[in-house]
Design a protein around this ligand. Structure first.
Ligand SMILES: [Zn+2]
Length: 328
């Protein structure tokens, strides 16, 4: 059987395995780490192993017992995943109330029961308060696993009651090896740089043919700068994409241009493959204005998760980009 533990999570798994081996299952475990590092996969592995009735000597789930079969089919009654409802970002009080009711009952099988909350930082205030009660009163044979990219946004009262496990970002060499093992062999450096070192995010970028989309967006962005494409119509197109990603790209293009002005070496660029066009454009732009534009991009990025009108936001930025090119 293939090792189901991701290579950069081996230390994490050793810690978890020790808990299992010593029967010291934490009542609450907070798994944190950046997006795309496989926190969810690790939590699933732990959950299945806790529920498995015939755990292997290696410490992993057997994959064949009735618990494992139910788990893999997504129907194990003692596995309780909680996430925001579809179309919503927040985990509300109703989901937590439902959980509390279920936890008053005994687990249905003889093993553990696992609650998986993700993303845990999206519990709203009422839900978080109510959830705290779950943590304060020990539940029978229950392990509550919380996943979060932003653990600092969880109330300190919740954090302090959890064992903590941080999933690390792998070294570039480990990440590249893993991507190759997944059949991804091209643009590895660009991908990892875009994904800020997170292999699963890099993999997602490939599967979404994002490389091609990024090149198209970059091309259109340069055209807006050169006055060959209307910023309003490009904003309309970009609005249909992942706005956060488009913002991130613009920030990284400008960052790369500023680096080019300081003759940074290619290795430090986000978009190594775009070095030449970035360098050419950078030469023609006013450095101070580039910094100002960078600031306004970052400021918009901080607002992108709010109710702000995202199409308008893109329009404003593209017009500012056009003006920057005109003035320089
Ligand atoms: Zn099993």
């Amino acid at each position: 059987m293939l090792n189901p533990i991701l290579p950069w999570q081996e230390q994490n798994w050793l810690v978890l395995n020790r808990y299992l081996h010593q029967q010291r299952i934490p009542q609450a475990l907070l798994i944190s780490g950046a997006k795309g590092l496989g926190k969810y996969q690790l939590a699933l592995q732990l959950s299945q192993t806790l529920l498995c009735t015939h755990r292997l000597k290696t410490g992993l789930a057997c994959q064949t017992c009735s618990s494992c079969t139910l788990f893999k089919a997504g129907t194990h009654p003692d596995f309780m995943p909680i996430s925001p409802e579809e179309d919503k970002k927040i985990i509300g009080i109703d989901a937590i109330r439902g959980l509390i009711t279920k936890l008053t009952l005994k687990p249905q099988f003889d093993s553990y029961r696992v609650v998986l909350i993700q993303p845990a930082d999206q519990l709203n205030n009422a839900a978080a308060n109510s959830f705290l009660k779950c943590l304060e009163e020990p539940n029978e044979r229950t392990c509550i696993v919380l996943l979060s990219e932003k653990p600092q946004q969880l109330p300190a009262t919740i954090r302090s009651r959890c064992q903590k496990l941080l999933v690390p970002t792998p070294t570039a060499a480990v990440a590249r090896e893993w991507l190759k093992s997944q059949g991804i062999t091209e643009h590895l450096d660009v991908l990892l740089s875009l994904a800020q070192g997170a292999p699963l995010l890099a993999q997602q970028y490939v599967s979404e043919t994002l490389i091609a989309t990024r090149l198209q967006c970059f091309d259109d962005w340069l055209k807006v700068g050169a006055g060959q494409l209307n910023p309003i119509s490009l904003a309309e197109q970009w609005y249909k994409l992942d706005v956060k990603l488009v913002l991130f790209w613009q920030i990284s293009w400008i960052t790369d241009m500023i680096k080019c002005r300081y003759s940074a070496d290619s290795a430090s660029l986000y978009h190594v493959d775009l070095k030449q066009p970035l360098q050419e454009r950078a030469k023609q732009l006013n450095l101070q204005q580039m910094y100002r534009f960078y600031d306004s991009l970052v400021e918009r990025m901080q607002k992108v998760d709010t109710q702000i009108n995202k199409q308008l936001l893109l329009e404003e930025l593209l017009i500012a980009w056009l003006n920057l090119n005109k003035r320089s």
